[in-house]
Design a protein around this ligand. Sequence first.
Ligand SMILES: Nc1ncnc2c1ncn2[C@@H]1O[C@H](COP(=O)(O)OP(=O)(O)O)[C@@H](O)[C@H]1O
Ligand SMILES: O=P(O)(O)OC[C@H](O)CO
Length: 492
Amino acid sequence: MKYILALDQGTTSSRSILFDKAGKVIATAQKEFTQHYPQPGWVEHDASEIWDTQLRTIKDVLKKAKATSRDIAAIGITNQRETTVAWNKKTGKPVGKAIVWQDRRTAAFCDRLKAKGAESMIRHKTGLVVDAYFSATKMNWMLKHVPETKELAKTGDLAFGTVDSWLLWNLTEGRVHATDVSNASRTMLYDITKGEWDAELMKLFGVPASALPEVRPSSGIFGETLLLGGSIPVAGIAGDQQAALFGQVCTTPGMVKNTFGTGCFMLMHTGTKRIASGNNLLTTVAWQIGDGELEYAVEGSVFIAGAVVQWLRDGLGIIKKSSEVEALAAQVSDTGGVYLVPAFAGLGAPHWDQYARGLMCGITRGTTKAHIARAALEGIAFQVTDILHAMQADAGVKLRELRVDGGASNNNLMMQFQADLLGVPVVRPVVTETTALGAAYLAGLAVRFWKNQAEIATQWKTDRRFEPTMKAAQRKSLLSGWNRALERTKGA
Ligand SMILES: Nc1ncnc2c1ncn2[C@@H]1O[C@H](COP(=O)(O)OP(=O)(O)O)[C@@H](O)[C@H]1O
Ligand SMILES: O=P(O)(O)OC[C@H](O)CO
């Protein structure tokens, strides 16, 4: 068998990618799907559309590569995390819309939980901060506001799941309701030390045990699909940021990757040791390989990164394509004192301000769209720097290098500025499809397509390394300007 098929179900599109034994991309297929914004701060997906687009990309990618089920050794799934789907176990049909990770409708409920003093218990068990980002408050909202969920829960016919388990359910035609440890760790219902759903949390959020998927290792056989002509095992599942960590081969403690996509997600692998962040980062499960121990990561999540470039394109209309932002920003050597804080959906780590809003400041009569473009790119890099500082403080060591990936990591100007601001080299690999690659590796290891992790590690190759060149005084002055701007966005 020649290939592993990776399904990468993201926030804005479903993708399927075929990898060969050398970890090379053989073919890809992608389909965007509809974003629903029924009220300010709400973001929903239609779970049926998620499955339809995913299945279409699977068929397209096989066609492009002229491959059949006989060429596929296994399927790996990786997915937008936290987004919550409810469905009817008897009919297999979704109940209501999926509530997306970016959705803020449960912010007030989170405030009440904090006021009740539940925060430290939640943080201790789950490694998460109390925020509308995670699945549990979304499930609680569905049980309160979508009558069918409540009725199905009574008869044990309600299924809840993150997107991985929804795809798995459909691939196996309703035979398997399971998820992996990395996705479970994003629900706020999973005790990441004991490695099990937690009864106290289920009671707090009113979620019945019968609705939750079985939790399994990230690399191992979940079931088989018969939808593609022959039987293919589904042998790996991980949330997209944990999968990217694995695809970047950050598999020894202290190694860090940052994905520059719609948002930015920086993860540091901490091995089998769970580190409690003293700096407002999350502790999360990285993965579990077969019957090995749980492995952990510390994570900093930034909600708006590449999305600010989309805003320059769609909101301001100052570029036509995202990739044009680099040439526009390069027309000026600095922002002329302009700062852009893209707190469009509140601020994530390490600030966790659900009510912050975006801000642009330092504008003069001489400010041009080039300055604004540059300030937007720098705003992404400043947010990543804040996270890295928190991570270094948690780890008690200075980072040796930062591995990067994601669509916006192709921006050389931004990557150089990022290295300058961090004072740490930024390294971009040849394969920037690390999310899908990580899912492929997890699945491939389970079916012995790859022998072991050492074999995989030899496949990681540098495309480009950005060395820091900025003087310390300039870095300090830029960061103090950023901090002043940041303060002004909070709680607005
Ligand atoms: N050259 C570029 N410079 C800066 N941002 C970019 C560039 N190319 C793409 N982007 C941004 O990167 C994001 C797409 O990256 P991707 O990794 O595909 O994201 P996701 O998986 O979150 O959908 C978009 O928000 C886009 O605006
Ligand atoms: O779909 P992405 O790549 O924007 O990733 C979303 C994250 O998993 C949210 O936690």
